[in-house]
Design a protein around this ligand. Structure first.
Ligand SMILES: NC(=O)c1ccc[n+]([C@@H]2O[C@H](COP(=O)([O-])OP(=O)(O)OC[C@H]3O[C@@H](n4cnc5c(N)ncnc54)[C@H](OP(=O)(O)O)[C@@H]3O)[C@@H](O)[C@H]2O)c1
Length: 285
């Protein structure tokens, strides 16, 4: 594979870069190419001439997206559109990433790829638009939806991963109040990166759900992170409504990964096991 990775400084991008190693033809982040710039994207992809373009860029500030939906749409929908157009011209496969937040969370079983999406907020709307524009582009594509991404070193936009932020607060003696009414599968970025490369090699096309095995709430995740770090701190379980955040989140967004396994790919390890690898390790140079 001759791979190009955009968004290489993000949680997922960093892991794709290290996982692809010798197969990496080019990797860069916003300071090298802005994916909302159609001409810049076209020039880059034409020059590098990859077989596979991995789009690990994102605008993922879920609450802020409510007040700047145009910016969310630019990065999460137009960016993928320009990447897909450029990939099509180059005869390359576009691997794009999406989210469990395309669903409304009313299901009582894990969401399948063909369940009707109905995002609750501007972030989910922008990600769903990205999926649709990629599908309509005529490019060969693979769209991988995941949930609760935890990276080694976390997301710059969010001030570190959720787990690292919880540990920092606990170490600082700050009270911990965490929502217990949203259920999803936490997913570690190194596992997602490896699964994405495996999906490409297995010939996966269209939409796939990929997440670590099992599920929990943010409260459960916080307690697990503290236990793994050996920190004895109480986490108060609260309802989402108590935080009065700008964006609504799905109450239940566990993703059914059967389509991924049907390609003969093994299950990702349980989230708790994966979490241990993602805690407190820097993950960036
Ligand atoms: N984080 C989650 O909980 C979560 C959950 C489900 C799905 N996902 C999806 O998983 C994928 C990876 O997310 P992540 O958590 O790894 O994201 P991340 O850590 O925030 O990284 C995104 C990267 O994209 C860069 N970027 C932003 N705008 C750009 C632009 N216009 N042009 C080029 N680069 C740009 C960012 O740079 P700056 O930092 O300088 O802005 C950052 O380095 C995304 O598709 C996301 O929607 C994430």
């Amino acid at each position: 594979m001759r791979a190009l990775v955009v968004g290489s400084a993000g949680q997922l991008g960093r892991e794709l870069v290290s996982g692809l190693a010798g197969e990496l033809a080019w990797a860069g982040d916003l300071d090298q190419v802005d994916v909302t710039d159609r001409a810049a994207v076209a020039t880059l992809v034409e020059r590098v001439s990859p077989d596979v373009v991995f789009n690990a860029t994102a605008y993922n500030k879920v609450d802020q997206a409510e007040t700047e939906p145009d910016r969310a749409l630019a990065v999460n929908a137009l960016g993928p559109r320009w990447l897909a157009t450029a990939a099509r011209e180059a005869g390359a496969l576009l691997v794009h990433f999406s989210t469990d937040y395309v669903f409304d969370g009313v299901a009582d079983r894990p969401y399948r790829e063909d369940d009707p999406p109905r995002p609750l907020g501007a972030y989910g709307v922008s990600k769903l638009s990205g999926e649709q524009l990629v599908a309509e582009s005529g490019a060969e594509h693979l769209v991988i939806r995941t949930s609760g991404l935890l990276g080694r070193g976390g997301s710059e936009q969010k001030g570190g991963s959720f787990a690292d932020r919880i540990l920092a607060r606990a170490r600082g003696g700050q009270p911990l109040r965490v929502v217990a009414d949203q259920t999803f599968a936490p997913t570690c970025a190194p596992d997602l990166a490896a699964a994405s490369v495996a999906l490409v090699r297995a010939g996966g096309r269209g939409i796939f759900h990929v997440a670590n095995a099992g599920s929990c709430s943010w409260h459960g995740l916080a307690e697990a992170a503290l236990a793994l770090a050996g920190i004895d701190a109480r986490v108060e379980a609260i309802a989402s409504a108590e935080l009065a955040l700008a964006a609504r989140r799905p109450a239940y967004s566990v993703l059914d990964t059967a389509r991924y396994h049907a390609l003969g790919l093994p299950p990702l390890r349980p989230w708790r096991e994966a979490l241990a690898d993602c805690l407190g390790s820097p993950g960036r140079d």
